[in-house]
Design a protein around this ligand. Structure first.
Ligand code: ZN
Length: 209
């Protein structure tokens, strides 16, 4: 961020990067954070501790791009505590948050508060669940953002642009190593909403954007 001039309050911006799994959301988040660092802006990046598949202390994309990240429980109060502890917030220009769909709705006022402190807030997360319902705080964040980037993936059935995340197999007992074994991107034609008999199950599964 530029230096504030003559007492004018610098206002930041909210950017949200959304879409189904395998659409490159984390990759785009990483790209923006790396560009910010090149521009000598100070970056803080967070991800929820739900997602430990690739790295414990970095966000990672399927194409193996990474960026250092602090791992937090997906709880807005904890995130706020970390940001505001020991004046950390004054030493940060850009705040990145991956897998924002796992956070509670209080992440919305937190994002707005950060914007009014002049921060650039970049959020990445799924817009819909595997049952094709709006996912957590993401729809509201899309409405409130300065900029929405909605990415598509490629349908694994027909190759068309895909906006859905298909969950495969209700009760797979196999040890599944990669996210690609449990989920696929699908177009509207080939998407069949996953009906989960255990409502909380999808929140406990590791997912990668
Ligand atoms: Zn298709």
């Amino acid at each position: 961020m530029q230096q504030p001039n003559s007492g004018r309050i610098e206002i930041g911006r909210i950017e949200i990067i959304t879409g189904p799994m395998f659409s490159g959301k984390s990759e785009e988040l990483i790209r923006r954070l790396k560009r910010a660092r090149i521009a000598r802006q100070r970056v803080a990046c967070y991800k929820p501790d739900i997602d430990l598949r690739y790295h414990r202390t970095a966000i990672a994309s399927h194409s193996s791009q990474t960026h250092d990240a602090s791992v937090v429980t997906p709880n807005s109060d904890r995130l706020r505590e970390d940001l505001f502890a020991n004046g950390k917030i004054d030493e940060v220009d850009v705040i990145g948050l991956d897998e924002v769909q796992f956070f509670d709705n209080d992440v919305i006022p937190l994002a707005l508060e950060l914007v009014h402190l002049g921060k650039r807030v970049i959020l990445a997360g799924l817009d819909t669940t595997f049952a094709n319902e709006p996912f957590g705080p993401v729809p509201n964040l899309m409405a409130l953002a300065d900029e929405v980037t909605k990415l598509s993936a490629v349908c694994m059935t027909c190759g068309a642009p895909a906006i859905h995340t298909q969950r495969l197999g209700a009760s797979q007992e196999l040890v599944v190593v990669g996210a690609a074994g449990l989920y696929e991107a699908r177009c509207r034609t080939h998407f069949q909403p996953f009906i989960d008999e255990h409502e909380s199950e999808q929140l406990e599964l590791p997912t990668i954007g």
